[in-house]
Design a protein around this ligand. Structure first.
Ligand SMILES: [Mg+2]
Length: 392
């Protein structure tokens, strides 16, 4: 029997404007327009305070200013939004390997079969929202449904800071009244053509017979027949398969203690191991990057004996590389970075851990991953990882 799918659509609330209000407390509670304040300027984002005056994204700035003359206008800071976006997406990665980004602040997450890790889907959604708020101090709205179409509609229903569940069995009322333009794939031109034919809402599409569906939608007729009944089989497909996963840190002052650099390196390896396991991938190589105060940079890499996603095994190799370098030529470190490379998909993950020692390790690491997903990265201080690998 096919399992019901559990799909989240996560959408940050007024993302750019919220980041601006986060970074500048003077902007909080005020109508904020993000965008270029010039003749041809367009609103990239409007805070909720500005939306009350009818401002919205994609509106010409001149019109938004007329609607809300006292709005504060701030320029777009793409790099900052990208930085925040990375943090948010790395939280998504903790919840599922199947994350499909739609934009800088929006993604589908396939949570099917994660009950064992995160409990009921509604609790997982609450957990995800509080992780985001705890770590980036911004709110997200989450839609929870058995497919992408309904999940995306749901996330929009109770913004900001919403959490909305759409059950396929109560799709009457609001769903029937939805304008056709809200249906996936129906753009403004198609919507206009439909409305000329008297088709304005989802209910109108449901009433169409096969011939009319064919007339309006051609060989997509079946798809719209199904969408108008809340059915959608599209899979959540992760954008691109990463070729490497890395983590680096630049220190504000050069670090002169070998142990301190090693401690940071371990944290990085733990983070990388977690991301590998969430993506259900295996790495075949480890590399380190070390930069000094004068910007001279060295990198060292080493293959793994066998593909792995176990933190302990990655750490074993990373520490070897590091110790070899530190013993001979340590000097104060400005930047340390770790990466795993030559990634591949793990299929039957547990089968790869042939000996029981590794199987136990894998189980321990997966258990710790669940705690991190629930409570954040500080929750697990895995002192045990510092141990030598068994057999060393
Ligand atoms: Mg958004």
């Amino acid at each position: 029997m096919a399992q019901d799918r559990v799909i989240f659509h996560v959408d940050m609330d007024a993302f750019f404007a919220s980041v601006e209000q986060l970074d500048d407390s003077n902007l909080r509670g005020k109508p904020v327009l993000v965008g270029y304040d010039g003749r041809r300027g367009v609103v990239a984002a409007a805070s909720y305070e500005a939306r009350r005056f009818g401002c919205r994204s994609a509106q010409p700035m001149a019109i938004a200013k007329r609607a809300c003359p006292h709005a504060v206008i701030v320029p777009v800071r793409s790099r900052r939004y990208t930085e925040v976006s990375r943090k948010i997406f790395s939280i998504f990665d903790d919840f599922s390997p199947l994350v499909e980004p739609l934009s800088i602040d929006e993604a589908f997450i396939d949570m099917t079969g994660t009950d064992r890790l995160f409990g009921q889907p509604i609790d997982a959604a609450k957990m995800l929202k509080s992780r985001i708020f705890d770590e980036v101090r911004l709110t997200a709205s989450v839609g929870l449904a058995p497919n992408k179409f309904l999940a995306k509609l749901a996330s929009d229903m109770n913004k900001p800071d919403g959490l909305t569940v759409v059950h396929p069995h109560d799709l009457d009322g609001w769903f029937l009244d939805l304008e056709v333009s809200r249906i996936w794939g129906i753009g403004p031109r198609a919507a206009e053509r439909l409305s000329r034919g008297g088709v304005c809402t989802v209910a109108d599409i449901r009433k169409m017979n096969d011939a009319r569906l064919k007339h309006f939608f051609g060989n997509e007729a079946q798809r719209y027949y199904r969408l108008s009944r809340g059915m959608d089989d599209r899979l959540v497909t992760p954008d691109h398969q990463a070729k490497s996963i890395s983590n680096e840190r630049t220190f504000s002052d050069d670090v002169e203690s070998v142990e301190e650099v090693q401690r940071v390196l371990l944290e990085q390896v733990e983070n990388i191991g977690r991301r590998l396991r969430r993506k259900n991938m295996l790495a075949r190589g480890v590399s380190l990057k070390i930069r000094f105060g004068d910007f001279q940079t060295i990198s060292r890499s080493q293959a793994l004996d066998q593909p792995t996603n176990l933190t302990a095994e990655i750490w074993h190799v990373a520490r070897n590389i590091f110790d070899l370098w530190a013993a001979r030529s340590f000097q104060p470190v400005r930047l340390i970075g770790a990466a795993v490379e030559r990634l591949g998909q793990a299929n039957e993950q547990m089968d790869l851990f042939i000996d029981s020692e590794n199987r136990k390790l894998a189980q321990a690491e997966l258990a710790a991953d669940q705690i991190v997903a629930r409570f954040g990265r500080d929750a697990v201080k895995r002192a045990g990882t510092m141990r030598q690998k068994p057999g060393d």
